[in-house]
Design a protein around this ligand. Structure first.
Ligand SMILES: Nc1nc2c(ncn2[C@@H]2O[C@H](COP(=O)(O)OP(=O)(O)O)[C@@H](O)[C@H]2O)c(=O)[nH]1
Ligand SMILES: [Mg+2]
Length: 421
């Protein structure tokens, strides 16, 4: 095939030139308007270029014998040959491989060259199979992770709500906010994200038990006699508590118990203790000073336990406080001594703080909490235990002598503080 370009001022002129040279069998492959380039082009007139082709005479001699053939009308082709006008070129018959060389897309061979490791289709299949296995594994791993994250976040939310509920419950039970925050902060440190409700509960429970410390009743080790002072505000239950403990030790442990009272402010108070002493068949004496105390103790020094009842006083009453302090400090050092501060669980937190402060000046003591039967919020017990740092000893929950007393039961109190009943 011979291809040539013809130019003219009009399309017709260019086509006429093609027909003149190639005859009527010429195939018009393309007609193109030629525009001058640049700004100047806008002022110049355009011309036309016709690309025409004619079959080679050698290959189709018969066609050239009849230059005008009605069966071969003028046809438009595509403008894929960009040659200078009038340049005559011959396009050789293309083989498959030749065409590939000019193909604008990359051949398989070229792709293969770029991926030298992929040698054949088996390799590709294997690779794809591996890839899909990896992908499937990754997806299922991701799915498990997503499920785990979802479960954890649900549990987190549950745990968070539960912590909040415990926080509220402790506050509702009058645990001071400062201590509630402390306990929850400590619990949060050991509970990891996603901790179960049970785990959180047992953790907070343990924290509270530890805060209450190991409660201690009367120590029976050491020398006899052991002198036990009961101090605290009026009406909290000092005398009743003495009666309860003394009867337990007398009846259950068969200990020799005796009573002394320094509560000389009320005749009724002395009478009250005398009554219990008579029931228990135990000696009872009134003491007004440290000297009298030492003399009285000496008289009954073969007894195991000597309970000393004291008068309650207003924490604002300096004189009474000094009297009690002198009494306790005045006890001869040869005697074992213990001091019990008796407090009612029904007393307001603010009052309790003042009481604890004023009694702290008298001696170091163990705490007895009374009247637990008259309140449901035991927060103050924890507050005072933490505020004073003193050990817990007994708790009483009723007026019955000797039954309504036990060594402080931390487990029971903690359960109540956490909302158990
Ligand atoms: N409900 C209740 N009342 C108690 C308890 N302990 C003592 N009481 C009562 O509190 C009142 C004062 O007790 P008392 O021993 O005289 O207190 P004191 O002034 O500290 O010696 C008495 O009516 C006791 O029966 C208790 O645990 N619960
Ligand atoms: Mg009393």
């Amino acid at each position: 095939m011979t291809i040539k370009k013809f130019q003219g001022k009009t399309k017709e002129e260019a086509m006429e030139k093609a027909k003149e040279e190639f005859g009527e069998n010429a195939v018009i492959m393309n007609i193109k308007e030629l525009k001058s380039k640049g700004i100047m082009g806008a002022f110049k007139k355009s011309s036309f270029e016709v690309t025409a082709a004619i079959e080679d005479r050698e290959k189709f001699p018969e066609k050239f014998s009849n230059p005008i053939s009605k069966e071969q009308p003028l046809q438009k082709g595509t403008d894929n040959i960009n040659l200078a006008a009038d340049e005559k070129i011959t396009i050789p018959v293309q083989t498959q491989s030749k065409r590939e060389e000019y193909a604008p897309v990359k051949t398989e061979r070229a792709v293969e060259k770029e991926m030298p490791s992929v040698r054949n289709s088996d390799d590709i299949e294997k690779r794809l199979e591996n890839l899909s296995n990896i992908l499937e594994k990754k997806l299922s791993e991701d799915e498990v992770k997503i499920r785990e994250v979802q479960a954890a976040s649900n549990q987190n939310l549950e745990g968070f709500k539960f912590m909040k509920m415990l926080y509220r419950t402790l506050l509702d039970n009058d645990v001071n906010e400062k201590y509630v925050n402390q306990i929850m902060d400590e619990a949060e440190k050991v509970t990891h994200s996603g901790s179960s409700v049970d785990y959180i509960l047992s953790n907070v429970y343990q924290k509270l038990i530890l805060k209450f410390g190991q409660p201690n009743g009367i120590e029976m080790e050491g020398k006899k006699p052991r002198v036990l002072f009961f101090i605290g505000p009026t009406g909290v239950g000092k005398t009743t508590t003495i009666a309860k403990i003394a009867s337990k030790y007398k009846v259950e442990y068969e200990k020799k118990v005796a009573f002394l009272t320094a509560d000389t402010y009320r005749i009724a108070a002395t009478e009250q203790l005398k009554t219990y002493a008579n029931i228990l068949d135990a000696p009872m004496n009134v003491v007004y000073s440290a000297e009298e105390l030492n003399r009285a103790v000496e008289n009954i020094n073969n007894y195991d336990l000597i309970f000393v009842d004291t008068a309650g006083f207003s924490h604002k009453n300096e004189t009474q406080r000094i009297d009690i302090k002198n009494l306790i400090l005045g006890l001869d050092e040869q005697y074992e001594k213990e001091v019990y501060l008796v407090l009612s669980a029904t007393t307001k937190y603010k009052d309790l703080l003042e009481i604890v402060d004023s009694y702290a000046e008298i001696a170091s003591y163990k705490l007895v909490f009374t009247k637990l039967d008259e309140t449901t919020s035991y927060g103050n017990i924890l507050n005072i235990r933490l505020y004073s740092g003193a050990d817990l000893s007994y708790m009483t929950s009723g007026q019955n002598v000797p039954d309504d007393i036990e060594v402080f039961n931390s487990q029971m109190i903690v359960k109540q503080l956490l909302g158990g009943r």
